[in-house]
Design a protein around this ligand. Sequence first.
Ligand code: GAL
Ligand code: MG
Length: 977
Amino acid sequence: MTDVLPADPLISLRPWEAPEVTSWGRLPMNAVDRRSDALSLDGDWHFQLLPAPDAQVSDVWSSAHVPGVWTMQDTDDRPQYTNVRMPYTEFPPQSPAANPTGVYEREVDVPGEWTGRRIVLQVGAAESVLLVHVDGRPAGISKDSHLAAEFDLTDVVRPGERSVVRLTVVKWSDASHIEDQDQWWHGGVTRSVLLYATDPLHLADVSVRAGFDGELRVDCRVRDARGALPDGWYVSGELEGRLLAQDDEFDRVNVEDERVSDFLGEARIHTTVPEVRTWNAETPELYGLTVRLHRADGTVADTSQHRIGFRDVRIVGRDLLINGERVFIRGVNRHDFHPLTGRTVSYDDMRADLVLLKRFGFNAIRTSHYPNDPALYDLADELGFYVVDEADIEAHDHAHEIADDPRYLNAFVDRVSRMVLRDKNHPSVIVWSLGNESDYGANHDAAAGWVRRHDPTRPIQYEGAAKLDWAATDDCSDIACPMYAPLEDCVAHALSGRQTRPLIQCEYSHAMGNSNGTLADLWAAIESTPGLQGGFIWEFWDHGILQRVNDGRPVGRGGAGLYDNGVAAPGHRWAYGGDFGETIHDGAFIADGVVFPDRTPKPALYEHREIAAPVRIECFKHEGIVLGNHQHFRGLDWLTGEWELSLADGRTLTAPAELPDLRPGETAAVPLPFEVPRDGGEAWLTLRVTVAEDQPWAPRGTEVCVPQVRLRGPDAAEDAHVDRPVEVDGEGLLIHPLLAAAPTLSLWRAPTDNDELGGMAERWRAWGLDSLVRKVVSVREDGGRVTVEAEYAGTVGVVTHRQVFTRVEGGVRIDEQAELPEQFDDVARVGTVFETTPGLDLLEWFGQGPWESYPDRSAGAPVGHHSLPVDALFTPYLRPQESGGRHGVRQFTLSAPDATGLVVVLDEPRQISVTRYRAEDLTTAAHHDELMPRPGCVVHIDAAHRGLGTASCGPDTFPSYRIAPGIHRWSWTLRVL
Ligand code: GAL
Ligand code: MG
C-alpha cells in the first residue's frame, strides 16, 4: 500500500499555468517604510532543484544563497539568453514540462518579543512564480518577478518558537510569457527576504504628495489586524523637526457599525512648507518625513520614514515640465544586472551605476523593463535622476494575443498598480510606463485607467500605444515615446504642426559593440527643435556573464577580482548568448550597453558627457570666449575650470579659469586667458571643467566636460625633397627598417555589430573586400620619385591604387590615391595599413583623444597632445570588432622606451588606429579572450572611415559619414625618430 498524501493545493492547482491567478494570500502593496523589528532571512538556504514543480521533494539538499539566482550558482540549470522569442514552444499560458523549480527551505527562530504583534514575511522578488509554505502549510502565492510579496504569518508562526519557511520558485509559467524581456533567463529568489513585526494597529499605506509650491499632503490608510475597533487613533508627521498635526477637516474614519473588515479609515496631514527647497535632478533637495500612527493615549503604534522631494511634473502642450521647466531628458535604459550574480544587485552596485551615470551627464533612467530594486529609487531621489518607472510586462513573442487576452487582464492591472503603489512617493519617479513591447490592447487601457484614478499627478507612457501615430491622442500614452525613430522622422513630426505631445524616445542610440554614432547630430537637433526633448539610450549594461572557459560554468559570487578594465582574467570570458550550450539564443545582442560587464565605461560615454555639458563654449569673439550655462536649475558655482591651449608645435599652455556667475540659459564673454603665441601653428583652446566642491556623486576635481574651440588653423607645410629614391621591393612594397609589413591599401574593417546586423558586412564580404588580392602593375622611378601602381581585386570590381614615394629630409613622403569603382559604394574604409617591428609600445599624437573616436562619434574627444601605451588604445568589445580608432589625428609618434621609433605626419586630420591586431584577427574571433596580440603594431591611416551609426537596432549613420566610390587621395610622411 502506498500512502496517499493529501494533495498540496499550491501544487495541485498548477498556478504556474493560470494567468488569472496573480497571487493568493498576498498583502496589498504599499509604500510604508519601517526600519525596526525586522529579521533578515538572507544567507544560505537549504536548496534542491526539481525537474518540474509537481516533482517530489527529496531528502537530498544542497544549499543556495539568498538573494541569488540558482542559474548562477552550482546547478546544471544555466542562464539562457533570448531576445524576442520564448526559449520554448509552448503557447501562453502553458509552460514546458521540463520546468526547473527551486525549493528553498530554512528554519527561522521567531523572536519571543513579537508576541501579540503582527508578523509579516517579505520576499523581495522571486522568478517567476513563488509558492510559500510555512511549517508545511500553504501560506501564499505571488507572481511578478520584480516586485516584493508580503504574507501575513501572524496566525501561522509562534513567537519564541522555530518555524520552517519553504519558498518554492517555479521558473517557467504563464507569467514568463509576459516577462519576455530581452535579457538572460534566470530562476531564483533575486532580492532579500525578511520577517518583520508591527503592532496590530498599523499604517497600511502612506501616500505623499509634495508640490513645488511647498504644499504637502500625506494620506495614510490605517488598519487593525485584530479586527478590533480602537477608538481615538490619529496620525502625526514630523518634517525636518517640525511637527505636523492630522488634518481633522479630512475625516475618513470608517464608521460603519457592523464592521467585518480590518480597515479603520484614512487620515491626512496637510500643510504648506514656506520657502521650500524644491527637488530636481540637478539639485535633488530631500526632506526627511516621519509619519506616526498613534493610539488614543498618544503612544506610537507604527512609524514610516520617508525622504520626500517637493516637485511638480506636468505636460503643457508638447513640453514635459519639471517645476515649470522644459528639461532635456538625457536618459539611459537600465536593467538589474551583475556579471557575477545575474539579477541580484547590491546597494553598492546600484549606487555605483548611478554615480557613473551622473558623471557622464545622464539625468534620467528608464527602469527597463520592470520595477527595479526599491533602493534604486532611493538613490535616484538622492543623487538626482528623473525616472520612468516601468511595469514588468513584456509579452514580446506573443504580444498581439496577450494584450487582449482577458485571462491576462488581472496580471496587467496587478503589475502596473502594484508598481505605482510601491513607488508613488519617490520624487524621482516622473512617469509611469505600462511596460514594453506587448502590442497594445484592452489590458493596457485597464491598467492605464487604474493609474489615472490613483495617481493623477504623473503622466503615463507606453510605446506600444503611441507607436503608429505619435500625434494620435489616446488614454495610454501622454508622451510620444518611439524607439529608434530616425532623426529625420522626429524632426518632421515636430515641424508637422500635428504634434500634440512631447516626443521623448524610450530607446535610441543602440550601444551594441562599437556604436552610438551620430549622437552629437541627434542632440544638435533635439536642442534646436521645439517638441523634441530627449530620450533614453539603449542601454546601460553589456550583460556579459563572467564564465570559466574550461568548464563553461558561470563564476558566480566568488568572482570579484577576476576582471579588470572591461576584460575578464585569463581563463575567463564574458559569456553571451550561446555560451552556456543553449541552442535557442540570440548571441551577442545581449552585449549592447555603454559600459562593459564590470561597469568600465565604453568610449561612447565620453561622447555623451560632452553632449550633456552643463557649461559650453558658445563661440570665440573679439571680446573673448563666450560661455553658456546649459543647465535647467543650477548656477555654475559648483564648477571650476582650467584653460588649456594646445599648439601644433607640441606646446601646451595652461591657466586657471574663472567661471562667470551665470543662471541657467545665460551666456557671458570672458577674456582670453592667454597671449596666444604668434608661432606654433594650429591652436586649440580647451576648457577643462571640474567639480569645485564635493558632490554626492563626484569628489572635487572630477572632470565634467572639456568644451573646446579652435583659435587658429594649420600652417601650410612643404617637405624638402631629397633627390634619392626610396627602396621598394619587386612587388613595389616599401622597404623600411621599422616596418614589419609595408604600407598597402585597406578597405576592410573588422565588422562592428552595427556593420553585421545592419547588413553592411554581408555586402562587403560579397564584394570580396575582406580578401582583396593585390597585384603590382608597375614600378617607376622618375627624378628620385618612385611610383607604384597596383590593383586590388575583389569579386565584383577592382580598385586601382597608386603610391608615390618621395624621399624627404629624415624620411619618406607617401602620396596615395585609390580609385573605387562604382560598385564599391559605401565601404568601411579607404586607407593605408602597415605593421611595425616589435617594441614601439607608446603612441603620442596630436589630434582628438585621448579616448577612442570615430567620424560620427568625435564630439567628446578634444584636440590636443595625447599619449597612451599601445595596449591601452584598444577597446575590448565583447565580440571583437573594429576598435581603438582615433579621429582627427594630425601627427603621431610610435616609440620604444629608448626613444627610438617613428613619426608620421598626416596631410590633414585623419582617422587612425594603432593596435596589436589585424582586421582579420578581429574578424574571426568570437570573444576577446581568443585574440592573440601581435608583437608589433598594426597601424591604419584612413583617408576615409565610415561612421559607426547604430544599425544593429535602429538608424544607420548619416550619408555624410559614408564613403563614396571614385577617387580618394591622401598623403603622409614617415620619419625615424
Ligand atoms: C528594443 C527592446 C529592448 C531591446 C532592444 C534591442 O526593441 O525594447 O528590450 O531588445 O530593442 O537591444
Ligand atoms: Mg523585446
